[in-house]
Design a protein. Structure first.
Length: 312
């Protein structure tokens, strides 16, 4: 994800899901009210308190964002079987590989021919991504909140363009994920989610906030729940022009969001991609991904247990 990474992963925890829908509660931005997504030069944000669930924020942009794989057993195995810290002997130690068996998870079939499904919230919702994307439904990724930016976290992730830039370890062209926005109406939630991602991911780590945001007209939509009922939704896509340059930093990116009004809060799918790279998602493809966001009927949910993997 972005250039250098500040610190190690602090870890994450699932919070209370939205009633009847499911969702991950990202860190709040106390006192923060996003301005309408119009062409923005240098937005001013009030300093905010340290996030309760900080996210490692890149000094560059969303494409290189930090990600943390959910898998407590795997993390524990790695922690308990890491490098030998003993200084009593310099003799290399051969350690037996650890077999990790993932927990069962719920999957859902794709609704787009040739695409892949990414399920979230225990299979209650899903979205599809193109075949060149890599679904990582057990991964949370995003950017930490700082005094400069609001931060954002996304779960049930997918990524495109792994390691496309040899000069930057962990680089990616783009990604997607679900989030919960504590704004009750869909248009306001779409605006906030998009603004939070752009400001957090596409500005230099130490500022200034120089990314320019030019949004397309918002689109009204309807989200189909697994029960067949409809919920009001709003789709917003914006072009981002970065205000600085550096190794593997794009000149521009596209960010899209579909936010769904769930009453006291909104659920949202975010998609972002660098432009002008082989494999980049253009405006048409981002819109197509957003429109696959849906509730999954109970009959279409299937619980699987991924095959064991060996940690060496």
């Amino acid at each position: 994800m972005f250039g250098k990474k500040r610190g190690d992963s602090p870890g994450y925890e699932d919070k209370q899901a939205l009633s009847g829908f499911g969702g991950y509660e990202p860190s709040d931005s106390p006192g923060y009210t996003p301005s309408p997504v119009e062409p923005v030069s240098e937005p001013t944000l009030e300093p905010s308190k340290p996030a309760k669930q900080p996210m490692s924020r890149s000094g560059r942009r969303a494409m290189y964002g930090f990600f943390a794989t959910l898998g407590v057993i795997a993390v524990a195995a790695l922690a308990n079987n890491g490098s030998d810290r003993s200084s009593s002997s310099s003799t290399p130690t051969t350690r037996a590989p650890v077999v990790y068996t993932p927990s069962p998870r719920v999957v859902a079939p794709p609704v787009t021919d040739g695409w892949q499904s990414v399920a979230g919230a225990d299979g209650l919702v899903a979205y599809d991504v193109p075949p060149n994307w890599t679904p990582k439904p057990g991964t949370i990724h995003g950017w930490e909140k700082t005094a400069l930016v609001p931060g954002i976290s996304m779960f049930s992730s997918a990524f495109v363009g792994d390691d496309y830039c040899p000069a930057v370890k962990g680089s990616r062209i783009g990604g997607s994920g679900l989030t919960t926005v504590k704004v009750a109406d869909a248009p306001g939630a779409a605006n906030k989610a998009l603004y939070d991602l752009v400001v957090s991911a596409y500005n230099p780590e130490e500022g200034p906030l120089s990314a320019k945001i030019v949004a397309d007209p918002p689109q009204q939509a309807e989200f189909t729940l697994g029960t067949g009922k409809k919920a009001p939704a709003n789709i917003l896509i914006a072009e981002v022009t970065l205000g600085y340059t550096g190794t593997c930093i794009p000149k521009r990116a596209l960010v899209g969001v579909q936010a769904v009004d769930m009453g006291d809060a909104s659920a949202a799918l975010l998609v972002y991609s660098d432009q002008d790279q082989q494999g980049s998602a253009d405006r048409e493809q981002i819109l197509k991904i957003l429109k696959t966001y849906r509730g999954v009927p109970e009959a279409d949910r299937k619980t699987i247990t991924p095959p064991p993997s060996t940690l060496r």
